[in-house]
Write a protein that binds this ligand. Structure first.
Ligand SMILES: [Zn+2]
Length: 402
């Protein structure tokens, strides 16, 4: 019988001790009987997922956990999102994230405006698509093509473009935009024109009447070239599938020639369809003869960004009860032997509400060789373990015993 392999990735799950939790981390505080059982029957340790000198993003970290060294394979976030929405980039194309943002409207000159919101009040995809179409009508050429993504997150493909350094809109909120505009004349002009096209658009008039932030300008950033990931199957000998609600992860799966499984009601939020994701993972391993599944759950990271201790604890408990436990039970009932790795991609500590590149705790369970240990799965106990994976991209070989 073939061994099955599972990675359950709790995005941003690792954290720091919190006073509110009596000096415990959310992972330590949360009631996680299944994770603790698997940890005690298996191994715990720490892993360094983000190579030193690289930004601690979900992009670099998840590439790493899937076995792709970000130093070699990372070529920007927006190209991975391009893959997920089905844009087939040529080697000479540069893709840029095109946010729909909110700028102040009272200033005469474009460069004097301030950026109020990088997400235009998390505008719906439906409204955003209409606005992007208006921009497209006027600005699209053979050289610059627009694609609709999700909510405020869209895409510009620049043929034979350059990978320019561009300001991230969420880094300059509240500031005057002049000094942060692209140096490139064409891109800057397109941003100026997008404002003229969008500022009085009926959708934005209506949004303002409703007290919502208007999506009155495009903002280009996150430039990168087509990623060339090797096939996951060629690399590992395993047929792999991805279960995630997030475009970035779906893009990585497309790049790695893995099967993407869409689960109804999976939305990246706290109240996502956890059980549906678990069932999809069990099904693809037991009914479709896949060997490997990567189950990505975004909720702990989102709750970290929101700075909510209570909701982060809740997200971790949901993950334990509604994802990890059902996968374990489903595989056992199907009579499968499996090795399961549970870990975050990076910490998203509540106290800073953003990612860090610190080591993350992992647990590795092998159903064919259960042990009896005393430890539980959390940052504190994992740090005491003698197991440390210094190159996160080698974690996958460790899991599959290659
Ligand atoms: Zn992440």
């Amino acid at each position: 019988m073939n061994m099955k392999y599972v990675i359950v990735l709790g995005d941003g799950m690792a954290d720091l001790p919190l006073e509110e939790l009596g000096g415990m981390t959310p992972l330590e505080y949360a009631k996680t009987p299944c994770m603790d059982y698997l940890a005690a029957a298996g191994e715990i340790g720490t892993a360094h997922t983000i190579p030193d000198g690289m930004a601690p993003g979900s992009d670099t970290a998840n590439l790493s956990v899937l076995g792709y060294d970000p130093k070699q394979y990372y070529s920007g976030r927006s190209p991975l999102e391009a893959l997920s929405i089905g844009v087939d980039m040529r080697p000479t194309d540069v893709s840029l994230r095109c946010n729909l943002v909110t700028l102040t409207e009272e200033e005469e000159n474009f460069e004097d405006k301030k950026i109020l919101d990088h997400s235009s009040g998390e505008i719906s995809t439906e409204e955003a698509a209409v606005l992007l179409e208006a921009v497209k009508q006027e600005l699209e050429t053979d050289c610059y093509k627009f694609y609709v993504g999700t909510s405020y997150r869209h895409l510009l493909i620049w043929q034979q473009g350059e990978v320019l350094k561009l300001s991230q809109p969420h880094d300059v909120l509240g500031q005057t935009i002049g000094q942060y505009l692209p140096q490139d004349e064409m891109l800057q002009n397109m941003m100026r024109k997008s404002y003229e096209i969008l500022v009085n658009h009926p959708i934005n008039q209506k949004r303002k009447e409703q007290g919502k932030n208007p999506a009155n300008s495009c903002w280009f950033w996150g430039a990168g070239t087509r990623p060339s990931l090797s096939s996951f199957q060629e690399k590992t000998g395993l047929q792999g599938a991805m279960v995630s609600a997030v475009d970035l992860l779906k893009g990585i799966a497309v790049g790695a020639s893995m099967k993407n499984i869409c689960v109804e009601g999976a939305n990246g939020g706290l109240h996502t369809n956890y059980r549906g994701k678990a069932q999809a993972a069990v099904d693809v391993l037991t009914k479709e003869q896949y060997d490997f599944v990567y189950v990505h759950v975004e909720a702990p990271d989102e709750m970290g960004h929101q700075g909510s201790v209570e909701k982060k604890v809740q997200a971790i408990q949901f993950l334990d009860e509604q994802v990890i436990a059902p996968i374990k039970e489903g595989l056992e009932q199907a009579g499968e032997e499996f090795r399961m790795l549970v870990m975050p991609d990076h910490p998203t500590p509540i106290c800073i509400r953003t990612h860090t590149g610190d080591d993350v705790p992992y647990l590795l369970y092998d159903s064919s060789a259960p042990q009896k240990n005393m430890w539980k799965y959390n940052e504190r106990e994992a740090a005491k373990s003698s197991h440390h994976i210094s190159k996160g991209c080698e974690m996958i070989d460790y899991l599959i015993q290659k």
